[in-house]
Design a protein around this ligand. Sequence first.
Ligand SMILES: NC(=O)c1ccc[n+]([C@@H]2O[C@H](COP(=O)([O-])OP(=O)(O)OC[C@H]3O[C@@H](n4cnc5c(N)ncnc54)[C@H](OP(=O)(O)O)[C@@H]3O)[C@@H](O)[C@H]2O)c1
Length: 318
Amino acid sequence: MKAIVITSFGGPEGLEVVDVPEPVPDRGQVLVAPEAIGVGGVDAVIRRGTLGSYGFTEGHVPGSEVAGVVTAVGADVDPSWIGRRVWAFTGTGGGYVERAVATVEEIHPLPADLAPADAVALGGSGVVAHFGLAHAHLAAGESVLVRGASGSIGTTTVQLAAQQGAGAVAVTTSSPERGERLRELGATHVLDRTARGGPGFDVVIDIVAGPALPDLLDLLNPNGRVVVVGAVGGLPPSDLGSRLMASFQKSLSIATFSSATVPAADRRAVRAAQFAAAARGELRTVIHDVLPLDQAAIAHHRMDAGEVFGRIVLTPGR
Ligand SMILES: NC(=O)c1ccc[n+]([C@@H]2O[C@H](COP(=O)([O-])OP(=O)(O)OC[C@H]3O[C@@H](n4cnc5c(N)ncnc54)[C@H](OP(=O)(O)O)[C@@H]3O)[C@@H](O)[C@H]2O)c1
């Protein structure tokens, strides 16, 4: 079968189409024939080779979520999964392939009227959006800033914050056109990447982090909470703690949130509700483009160029 392999760390040209043996599902695993493969921001970070300390090596197959039909199951897995269309989390890699392996705990049946491309635009990021807002204890009427709102986590967070009755939903983005698209999803204030000029915020959901993270403290109302759910802008500076202490009298908080800390049953329940909402048209998925699997390098070029709004999806084709 075809797989996309990082043959050398660095630019997208290091992604190559390679013939590899089809995997055999082990005990507790299923084999999925993907119809849609999500291209995540973290895939590009791994490709650049900056996560070597986490054990990533050249030869890695990127991609962590696919949607398609179960074609085989390993020992101790109910064979009635075979033939069912599912969303599957493949871990920190293994998604850019014609046959993907996932554990049975990490698959989720798709509603009949939810397209596989929509499932991979929502499956992972919807859970981050939901529990990120919960981690921030967002209450109705409070004002929210979604920093880095144009990706799949942000576009879902904007919708959920609006649906949960936020008083204002501000976003940061790099262009007025993207801002208009975010307004259609529920944003009430569109700010540039500095996030200046908005109201004070009770909650910031930050997908960016990076050098400007401490500046968010100046934008918070008393008792304001920043929850960092991503780091597309890199790590924050080392004076973050002292900047927080300097605003002591405002009782501010900065937290991180990873969906890895959410029990699997809770993730499944939220994903089921979100898939059903998307199938009813009550939660919008944002798909930038659908490309053939062997054009994964082009997808990464577009991500590196900052062109992507929402998510790029790959499809192996038939
Ligand atoms: N917490 C969790 O459990 C969890 C799970 C999965 C992934 N993640 C993390 O989430 C992040 C990816 O999320 P995503 O796919 O939604 O994001 P994304 O699509 O990679 O980026 C979101 C947006 O951020 C803006 N942006 C990019 N670089 C920026 C910079 N240097 N400064 C300011 N804004 C910038 C861009 O929008 P504009 O051009 O419009 O400004 C971009 O479209 C990764 O860090 C990944 O590791 C976290």
